[in-house]
Design a binder for this molecule. Structure first.
Ligand code: PRX
Length: 641
C-alpha cells in the first residue's frame, strides 16, 4: 500500500524522449509571459499577436489580443495543407458496434459542408448555436462548423432534461439547435428529439433545428423549423472560405453548476484557449502526434470533451478514439477491447470509471493486450491512492505514468499535473502547477500555506485558457471568482501542499458536489425538489461514495397532508425520479429521506455539515449552534425507520 511519500519515477524511455524537459519547466517558471509568447507558435495565425497578455482591466484579461486566426483552420485545413490529410483524426466506435474512420481531409470537408449549411440557415459570427447530441462524429463536425463561422457553440449534455436544455438555450439566446432523432444506450435506441421538441415549447428565440438521423426512429419534424442534417448538410459544397477573427473572439459557452441554482455560462475565447489546451495536451500526456493514439473517454457535453476530445487533439494533429457507448456494453471488457483494437497509447478517464473497473475485477482487463498504452490520465475528481495503484498496475502494467490532471470548466486547460517525463507520480497528489501558471494554497486570510495544512486553492496569475466572463453576467464573474481573495482566482477547491511542495486536492469547499466527475449544485437539486407539490423544504448534501466519489443524499420535509395515504416508498421513488426528470438522471439522489425537521443554525442556515455527518453515519460534530438539537434525534429516528 502506498503512503503519502510513495513516488514512482517516470519510465526511463519516456523520460529520455519526453516532449517537455526540466530545463523548459524552469524557463517557464522564471518568465511565464515569455513562455506563453513562445507557445503561441503552436497555432497558425493570420496575424501574429504582438502582445501576449493585456492586464489593463483585471479580471477581464486578454490574451494575444491583436492576433487573428480561425479555430477550425487550426484544427483541420492546416494539417491537410501540411500533407497530413490522410492521417486519421478519429476512430469512431458507435454504441451498437458500427464504426467510422475519419481522416483530417474528410473531417475538413464535412466541417466545410456543415459551415455552408449553417450559413444557409442564417448563422453568422457571434451567434449562439445549441448542440444536444450523442457522441457521434456530427457532434465534432457541428462544433467546428460553428467555430469556423465565428459562432459560439453551446453544447448541452444529451443526458440533460428538456427543462435544463430550455434554460440553457434561453440564457444564451440560441437561435439554432442541432440534435439527433435518438441516441443509443447499451445497444438500444432511445429518443432525443422529443426532449428538444419539449424544450422548444419554451424557447421563443429558436428558429431552426437540424436533426441528425442516428437511430432512424420516427420523429415529428416541425414544418419550417426542423430540417434533416443529411438534407441540409448533404447538399453543400465541401469548400468553404473561412474568415479570421481576433484572438479574443468568443469560441463557446459551456454551462456548469455553481453554488446557486442558476447554472453559469462559462465563456471561452479563441487564441488563448487553443494555445493553453494544445500545450497541455502535448506536455501532460507527452503526446507524439505521429504515433500516438489518444483516447479521452469523456462526453463532448463536458469540458473534458471540448478541450481534450475536440480542440487540443485536433490542433495538435493527433489521432483520437471517440466512443459512443458505455463501459459495460455489450460486456465489461469493452474499453480494454477498444484499446487493444485501436492500439491506444494514451488513455484519459475519470477515477469513478476506474473504481467501477476495480469492482468488476482485474481479471477483466487481464484478458486483453494493453501493451500499446504508455501514459494514463485521470480527471474530474481526486484520484484516491487505491484507484491510482490499481490503474497503474492493472491497466498500465506498472510501466505507464498516471497523470492526474486538476482543472475546471473555468480554467479550460490542465492547471496542475505531474508532467510525465520530468516529475514523479505520487498516488493521490496532482503534484505541480502547469508550467507558466501560478497556483497556491492559502488560509482564510489569503496567506500562503506550505506546511501540509488544509486551505483554499487559488490561481494568482492569469493563464491563456481562462474563462473570460460568465455569459451575460460580468458582475457574477467578478463576485464568484475574484472577490473571496481580491485579485486572485478562487477555484472553490480545498487543497494542501506537502513537504515536497506537491499539491493535493481535497474536494470542493462550496455547495458544489462532484458525482462521478460531474459537477452538480446542491441548490439546483433542492430547487427541483421544492418544485414538486409534495415538498415543503429540502436540503441536499454530497456524501462519500465508494464508486462515484460523492453521492447525492436528499433530506425532504413534506407539505402537511400533501402525500397522505401514499406509501412511503412510493413517495421516495417519485421524488427521486422527479429530480432525474427535472435535471438529469445523473442528478437522481442515491438516497432520499423524508424527515420532520432540518437542522438549522440560529440564523436560519441549514447545517449541511451535520447532514453530511448523518448521511455518512459519522459521529456528529458540534451541535451547540443548532436552534433545536432534538431535530438531530428526530432525523436519526426517521433514518432508522
Ligand atoms: O473540484 C474539482 C474537481 O472538479 C471540479 C471542476 O469540475 P468541472 O468544471 O466539471 O471540470 C471537470 C473536468 C475538468 C474542480 O473544482 N476536479 C477536477 N479534476 C480534479 C478535481 N479534483 C481533484 N483532482 C482532479 N484531478
Amino acid at each position: 500500500m502506498a503512503d503519502d511519500s510513495t513516488t514512482f519515477p517516470p519510465p526511463a524511455e519516456l523520460a529520455a524522449n519526453a516532449n517537455f524537459t526540466k530545463d523548459m519547466y524552469d524557463r517557464a517558471q522564471a518568465d511565464p509571459l515569455a513562455f506563453w509568447t513562445e507557445q503561441a507558435n503552436r497555432l497558425s495565425w493570420a496575424t501574429a499577436p504582438t502582445q501576449t497578455l493585456d492586464e489593463s482591466n483585471p479580471p477581464f484579461y486578454k490574451w494575444y489580443a491583436d492576433g487573428t486566426l480561425n479555430a477550425a483552420y487550426n484544427c483541420l485545413d492546416r494539417h491537410v495543407e501540411a500533407g497530413n490529410g490522410d492521417r486519421v483524426a478519429f476512430y469512431w466506435e458507435g454504441d451498437p458496434g458500427d464504426t467510422r474512420t475519419i481522416t483530417y481531409a474528410q473531417l475538413t470537408e464535412e466541417v466545410c459542408k456543415a459551415a455552408n449549411a449553417l450559413t444557409e440557415l442564417g448563422v453568422k459570427s457571434g451567434d449562439r448555436v445549441a448542440l444536444y447530441l450523442p457522441m457521434i462524429p456530427e457532434a465534432v463536425v457541428a462544433m467546428l462548423a460553428c467555430a469556423r463561422l465565428g459562432a459560439m457553440h453551446v453544447v448541452v449534455f444529451a443526458g440533460f432534461s428538456a427543462d435544463a436544455l430550455a434554460a440553457r438555450i434561453n440564457d444564451c439566446d440560441c437561435q439554432v439547435v442541432i440534435t439527433a432523432d435518438g441516441q443509443y444506450r447499451r445497444g438500444k435506441p432511445a429518443p432525443l428529439k422529443a426532449a428538444v421538441d419539449k424544450a422548444l415549447e419554451h424557447t421563443p428565440g429558436v428558429r431552426s433545428t437540424i436533426v441528425v438521423q442516428r437511430t432512424g426512429e420516427d420523429v415529428a419534424m416541425a414544418e419550417g423549423r426542423d430540417v434533416w442534417w443529411h438534407d441540409v448538410v448533404g447538399r453543400q459544397s465541401g469548400e468553404h472560405k473561412y474568415e479570421v477573427f481576433p484572438a479574443e473572439h468568443p469560441l463557446y459557452v459551456m454551462y456548469t453548476s455553481g453554488s446557486t441554482g442558476k447554472p453559469k455560462g462559462i465563456l471561452h475565447t479563441t487564441g488563448g484557449y487553443l494555445v493553453g489546451t494544445s500545450f497541455t495536451h502535448w506536455a501532460s500526456f507527452d503526446l507524439k502526434a505521429e504515433t500516438d493514439v489518444f483516447w479521452t473517454a469523456a462526453d463532448i457535453g463536458w469540458v473534458t470533451g471540448h478541450s481534450y476530445l475536440v480542440y487540443a487533439p485536433l490542433v495538435n494533429g493527433a489521432t483520437s478514439v471517440m466512443y459512443e457507448g458505455t463501459p459495460d456494453s455489450p460486456h465489461q471488457g469493452r474499453w480494454w477491447e477498444l484499446i487493444d483494437k485501436y492500439k491506444v497509447s494514451i488513455l484519459y478517464c475519470a477515477p469513478t470509471a476506474i473504481r467501477t473497473f476495480m469492482k468488476w475485477g482485474e481479471q477483466v482487463p487481464a484478458k486483453y493486450d494493453l501493451s500499446s498504452l504508455r501514459v494514463l490520465g485521470s480527471v474530474g475528481e481526486p484520484i484516491n491512492p487505491e484507484a491510482y495503484l490499481w490503474y497503474r498496475h492493472n491497466i498500465g502494467h506498472d510501466n505507464c505514468p498516471v497523470v492526474d490532471t486538476w482543472w475546471q470548466t473555468e480554467t479550460g486547460m490542465h492547471m496542475i499535473a505531474p508532467l510525465p517525463g520530468i516529475e514523479n507520480g505520487k498516488p493521490g497528489a496532482a503534484m505541480r502547477p502547469i508550467p507558466g501558471t501560478s497556483i497556491k494554497v492559502v488560509n482564510d486570510e489569503g496567506h500562503e500555506l506550505t506546511d501540509d495544512s488544509t486551505g483554499y486553492l487559488i490561481i494568482d496569475k492569469p493563464w491563456p485558457a481562462m474563462l473570460r466572463t460568465l455569459w451575460g453576467d460580468d458582475q457574477r464573474y467578478v463576485d464568484t471568482y475574484w472577490s473571496r481573495f481580491p485579485g486572485k482566482y478562487f477555484a472553490g477547491d480545498g487543497a494542501k501542499v506537502d513537504a515536497d511542495g506537491d499539491i493535493w486536492l481535497l474536494g470542493r469547499v462550496d455547495d458544489v458536489m462532484n458525482v462521478s466527475g460531474h459537477r452538480l449544485s446542491t441548490t439546483e437539486i433542492e430547487s427541483a425538489l421544492v418544485g414538486h407539490p409534495w415538498v415543503a423544504e429540502s436540503a441536499v448534501v454530497g456524501a462519500a461514495d465508494e464508486t462515484t466519489g460523492q453521492a447525492i443524499v436528499a433530506f425532504v420535509i413534506l407539505r402537511g397532508g400533501a402525500a397522505d395515504g401514499i406509501d412511503a416508498d412510493e413517495v421516495i421513488q417519485t421524488l427521486r425520479t422527479h429530480v432525474a426528470q427535472e435535471i438529469s438522471p445523473i442528478a437522481r439522489p442515491r438516497q432520499l429521506m423524508v424527515v420532520p425537521e432540518l437542522p438549522k443554525t440560529r440564523s436560519g442556515k441549514i447545517m449541511r455539515r451535520l447532514l453530511r455527518d448523518l448521511a455518512e453515519n459519522r459521529e456528529l460534530g458540534d451541535v451547540t449552534t443548532l436552534t433545536d438539537a432534538t431535530v438531530v434525534t428526530l432525523i436519526q429516528d426517521n433514518m432508522r425507520k
